[in-house]
Design a binder for this molecule. Structure first.
Ligand code: SAM
Length: 205
């Protein structure tokens, strides 16, 4: 399928459900590559992609790491169908990140080593962000890593973005940021999250 077809499908899905899709255009190739590089994937890793959309990150993941088992979660049936057509070797499920541990078990892997997320976290309520992050942390091995991008404008303008960052810091012992990828519409940066938090996010102990 062409880039124009992907863009139009993305726009159509955004019009149907803006809070779920979270952006009017798919990520550019530079941002997708930055995500994959930041994920630091090794040949023996099990990898999950959350919110693949029309697949810009999936394409880069597959190009860089054709050998790793890759599970893709994309709840939009139209986008999931496109992904299956483009990548018949990948497992694509129309499910939500919040159910990740159960989906991983059904797929035959207890935990993943890497989670590559494009989820629209800052569109969500605190409760939905918490359940998504809990599912990711539960689904990752202790040495695991999650990468996720965030648009630069939302970092400075949206209170939801501050809330998301503080929830990331609660869940992970280490949260780093990459440089801004200006050649993306809109410009974005990647959060690289690893090491289990030493305190429980629920009890604070
Ligand atoms: C901002 S788009 C990113 C799409 C693509 N990865 C990209 O970079 O262009 C977010 C995607 O996350 C999907 N999504 C939204 N909520 C989700 C959830 N709870 N679990 C999994 N995917 C979700 C949407 O359907 C949408 O395709």
């Amino acid at each position: 399928m062409s880039a124009v077809h992907d863009f139009l499908l993305f726009l159509k899905e955004f019009a149907k459900n803006p809070m779920r899709v979270g952006s009017v255009a798919p990520s550019g190739v530079q941002l997708a590559r930055r995500m994959v590089h930041a994920a630091d994937i090794h040949p023996d890793h099990v990898v999950v992609e959350l919110g693949a959309g029309t697949g810009p990150v999936t394409r880069e993941l597959r190009a860089a790491h054709p050998e790793v088992p890759l599970l893709v979660l994309e709840p939009s049936p139209q986008m999931a169908a496109l992904l299956r057509q483009a990548h018949p070797d990948i497992t694509v499920v129309e499910e939500f990140a919040q159910d990740l541990p159960e989906i991983l078990r059904k797929w035959g892997h207890e935990r993943a080593d890497r989670v590559v997320s494009s989820l629209p976290w800052t569109m969500w309520s605190e409760e939905v962000i918490r359940s998504g992050l809990d599912a990711v942390v539960e689904g990752l091995v202790p040495t695991g890593r999650m990468v996720t991008f965030s648009y630069v404008h939302s970092q400075t303008l949206l209170p939801a973005s501050r809330r998301f960052r503080s929830l990331l810091n609660e869940r992970f012992g280490r949260v780093d940021r990459t440089r801004i990828q200006w050649r993306n519409l809109p410009p974005a940066l990647v959060f690289v999250c690893g090491e289990p938090a030493t305190t429980s996010p629920r009890t604070g102990r």
